[in-house]
Design a binder for this molecule. Structure first.
Ligand SMILES: [Zn+2]
Length: 79
């Protein structure tokens, strides 16, 4: 089975920035605390699709500041 280079690029872990929405129940991978929606705060989180050996494994959530502190483990988070 031939694997194409383009496919490999797409299956790397990546991070995006998203507003934390009401009802969010995720824990931050870095600090372990809940990524919590706050009324009137437009906080952002980093949502990471984590791939291992080209296979999707899981989604990880980080507080924006925690993602920075963790040195952006899945690359720069884009909006
Ligand atoms: Zn955190």
């Amino acid at each position: 089975m031939a694997s194409k280079a383009a496919t490999k690029v797409q299956s790397r872990s990546r991070a995006v920035l998203r507003l934390i929405e009401a009802g969010s129940m995720c824990d931050c991978t870095f600090c372990g605390k809940q990524v919590k929606f706050r009324v009137r705060q437009r906080d952002q989180q980093a949502i990471c699709n984590v791939y291992e050996e080209g296979v999707w494994r899981r989604v990880e959530h980080f507080h924006l500041e925690c993602y920075d502190e963790a040195s952006s483990p899945y690359g720069t988070a884009f909006e």
